[in-house]
Design a protein around this ligand. Structure first.
Ligand code: PLP
Length: 355
């Protein structure tokens, strides 16, 4: 006899409908919705990692995920080994293997494109490496697909075992909810579902209902935002007060990650980071001068947002590590919304004028 929907912590009708629909984008067997992106990431990792295990992860990753790996898991006897995103995996593999040694790797957490630098990781190469390691348990390769998914990147097709989302961002899309999702085969999602039941990290039915509304416009929103971001990135690339623009749409054939971009991503998305010439003072002047674009740490919503990763989303990471990860003092991260692109550019232009 099937148990049915006996209690909302196990599941409820709104979440079930939403989970069924979320499987479609990533062509997955199963999906789970969580109370936040961090709830999805934390529950998924704790379902597989045990004391003594190692978690391999790309760098940089979202500051909250970085804190969870670096500080929270340490208390449980789980250690981490990072490898840099944005360079071919073959080049970083020897150092990674030396750092891991013979210890069991429970999970690999890849964030691609990475927050906030938009650096890429070759999912296929990392998954092949992790799965080829001879050990009793198969390492679970998880990809945080928040920046491009579920429309413009499908990690399961490249050998990942699980796709994770902060659904607060593009999936929710209106900055009015907080949620997360995990999508993958039943064999991987099953143990996470059990832990979600006992940690109680599922989303509420009301959040599920709001997300069903959001899914109806997901593709339109992400497409409109991506088109706007292309104009914004091109404008920034030409601006004399901008030292560098980190945007996938500006990658050229001679970039070592261009091949990965063409294979793995269907579009460049709408996250644009750039380095203001100078440093923190210049970046702050720019952010203070913005009039339409709001200063806020979230992303992926219909409205354009700007933030300063070094002192906001990634403030927990020590300065020297930030610099090694490519997060400079002058870096600004933009989440481009659905406004008219000329309005977005006009605001950026006048704010750069204040620098
Ligand atoms: N993953 C990425 C890439 C993020 O940017 C964020 C939040 O900014 C998270 C995960 C965490 O998601 P949430 O804030 O919904 O817990």
């Amino acid at each position: 006899e099937s148990m049915g929907l006996i209690y909302s912590r196990l599941n409820n009708p709104n979440l079930e409908v939403l989970e069924d629909r979320l499987t479609l984008w990533d062509e997955a067997e199963d999906a789970l919705v969580f109370a936040s992106g961090m709830a999805a990431i934390g529950t998924a990792i704790l379902a597989f990692a045990r004391p003594g295990d190692v978690i391999v992860h790309s760098e940089p990753i979202y500051g909250g995920s970085d804190h969870f790996l670096r500080h929270v898991l340490k208390e449980f006897g789980i250690s981490i080994v990072g490898f840099p995103a944005g360079v071919p995996f073959e080049g970083v593999r020897p150092a990674l293997e030396a750092a891991v040694g013979e210890r069991p790797v429970a999970c690999v957490l890849v964030e691609t494109p990475s927050n906030p630098t938009n650096s890429l990781v070759d999912i296929e190469a990392v998954a092949a490496w992790a799965h080829a390691r001879a050990q009793e348990r198969r390492a679970v390769v998880m990809v945080d697909n928040t920046f491009l998914g579920p429309i413009f990147q499908h990690p399961l097709a490249f050998g990942a075992d699980l796709v994770l989302y902060s659904a607060t961002k593009f999936i929710g899309g209106h900055s009015d909810l907080i949620a997360g999702a995990a999508v993958g085969p039943k064999s991987v999602v099953g143990p996470i579902r059990v832990l979600r039941t006992f940690l109680g990290t599922m989303a509420s039915p009301w959040t599920g209902w709001l997300m069903l509304r959001s899914l109806e416009t997901l593709k339109m929103r992400m497409t409109a935002q991506m088109k706007n971001a292309r104009y914004v990135a091109e404008f920034l690339a030409e601006h004399p007060k901008v030292a560098k623009v980190h945007y996938l749409g500006l990658l050229t054939e001679n970039d070592p990650m261009f091949g990965v971009y063409r294979r793995q991503c269907m579009a460049p998305g709408s996250m644009v980071s750039f380095d203001v010439r100078g440093g923190e003072a210049e970046a702050f002047r720019f952010l203070d001068a913005l009039q339409m674009i709001k200063l806020a740490v979230s992303l992926g919503g219909t409205e354009s947002l700007a933030e300063h990763p070094a002192t906001m989303t990634h403030a927990d990471i020590p300065h020297d590590l930030q610099r090694r990860m490519g997060i400079g003092a002058g870096m600004v991260r933009l989440s481009v919304g659905v406004e008219h692109y000329e309005d977005i550019i006009a605001d950026i232009d006048q704010a750069l004028g204040a620098v």
